[in-house]
Design a protein around this ligand. Sequence first.
Ligand SMILES: [Zn+2]
Length: 296
Amino acid sequence: MNEKVLKVLREAEMVLIGIGSEFSPAMDEENSGAASGTNVPDEENSGAASGTKVPDEENSGAASETNVQAGAHNGSGQETDASARENNGAAPAGADTRLLELCRLSRYYEELPEDCAAIRAYNRLRELAGAKPYFVVTLNTDDLIYRSALEDDLIVAPCGSLSRMQCAEHIVEAAPIRDAVLAEGDVQKAVCPLCGKPLQFHTVEFPGYLEQGYLPQWQKYTKWLQCTLNRRLCILELGVDFRYPQVIRFPFEKTVYYNRKATLVRIGSRFPQLTEEIAERGISVCEDPVAFLLNL
Ligand SMILES: [Zn+2]
């Protein structure tokens, strides 16, 4: 199988790479808590904790009404979360828990060493691309790819980044804010340094996601993709599942369907299957893509 994949790469003129969730390291809960050294309440207790913490009982009724109104007026969940947080009221404990969880995850990614498996696998990809024109689309928000040898301006990450936070209009660096939140286990610290409004992580998971963060790179990518027409294109799809299939999985299948000189190499431990239409121009490898690359 390795030989087959290497042969496709060798014979290709251009390389298109898609990266999915199997490339994002899972956080080891025990270690991450110890590493961050914070008093963030743990998962099981956080519901109870925020329940006991609600201080101004009188306001909480009003607060939840405001939330509903905010949500109804602008249809933005971002604002709804935000006003809930401002009022510290009948709060969406789930949203606060999620923010804390992502703060820990963001720091976990940042603290991963340069020689972690994912970064080494990205470096291997860079080697494999060699001098061929390549482009990378990633669904991941861990930003580890930017610490590899792959060129930043040949990467697009449409799902956002856990290294950044956003209010409704500004995108800011997450690290100082995230660390302040974690130091006190207090999501109220997550406010925009530019306008004072509450922040969320800059990822597609949240309503109000500011797409201008990735659009310039996306335009570059679509232009690049046009140039692959009638070229021998190797499409490497690595660890992509069915989340956001309109970003990588479906368009990659379409590309290989229309470009008769393209080959799709789909590697994943869970969903490596190929559709019938492209089966003869595809290679399916049922393996963890990081491990596969490190052995290639
Ligand atoms: Zn702002």
